[in-house]
Design a protein around this ligand. Structure first.
Ligand SMILES: CC(C)(COP(=O)(O)OP(=O)(O)OC[C@H]1O[C@@H](n2cnc3c(N)ncnc32)[C@H](O)[C@@H]1OP(=O)(O)O)[C@@H](O)C(=O)NCCC(=O)NCCS
Length: 193
């Protein structure tokens, strides 16, 4: 690590991984830039219809603010050339937070897997930032951070054959179990760290 990168990491909560891709802790992020991350969140969300504003806020909390609150050391804005292009929200534990995450019924089925692969994450990039290698750079950095803190493994749950499944597999996650929930087939992918 160069002296400049080391200084940035220690003093400004910035992880500089390449010349133009950086992870910046959201807990240190200016509020107008957080708004940009939230707009990327809603751009990428499959769920957009809510019966009330309260339900909408609860959804945003569950998939975004929750991570910044409980895992500030793993919740990052992804920047390229000093502009927010996405976010990566990590959690180094899952089981103790199941109630708060209000996960779905299927999570109980996967619970035994969380002992070996306790970490999970959510990643989203704005549309014009995709396909340029930024997601992979960011995710590999999260894996390094989790490895450094002796986390044994990571999992991610998605709809089977969702386009992101290929991305996860390129990043070393392998499908372990599938399950049908209503009409949707879901898959849990895992990786030892
Ligand atoms: C999924 C996502 C985070 C990937 O980040 P990215 O920067 O676009 O991906 P990268 O450019 O780093 O790709 C890394 C590898 O994964 C592959 N990959 C990435 N997205 C892919 C996709 N949708 N379909 C197939 N392969 C994909 C790339 O081809 C690349 O492989 P290669 O090294 O052989 O070329 C990003 O595309 C995104 O935010 N998508 C929309 C939201 C989403 O699906 N989020 C995750 C689930 S909620």
């Amino acid at each position: 690590m160069t002296k400049l990168k080391k200084m940035l990491k220690e003093n400004f909560n910035v992880v500089s991984m390449s010349n133009d891709v950086q992870l910046i802790k959201i807990s240190e992020y200016p509020s107008q830039k957080i708004e940009k991350l939230k707009s990327i969140f809603w751009e990428s969300s499959v769920k957009t219809d809510f019966e009330s504003e309260k339900k909408k806020s609860e959804f945003e909390y569950k998939y975004f603010d929750f991570y910044v609150k409980y895992f500030p050391h793993l919740s990052f804005a992804i920047e390229s050339d000093n502009h927010p292009i996405g976010y990566l929200l990590g959690a180094d534990q899952t089981t103790p937070y199941l109630d708060q995450l209000e996960m779905q019924k299927y999570v109980a089925e996967f619970e035994d897997i969380f002992a070996t692969y306790p970490a999970h994450f959510h990643i989203n990039l704005s549309e014009n930032a995709r396909g340029k290698g930024c997601g992979q750079i960011a995710l590999q950095e999260l894996f390094k951070i989790l490895t450094d803190q002796n986390c044994p493994g990571v999992h991610v749950i998605t709809a089977l054959e969702h386009p992101s499944q290929k991305f996860y597999e390129k990043n070393g996650l392998a499908p372990l179990k599938t399950m049908k929930i209503s009409a949707t087939q879901i898959v849990i992918l895992v990786k030892s760290l």
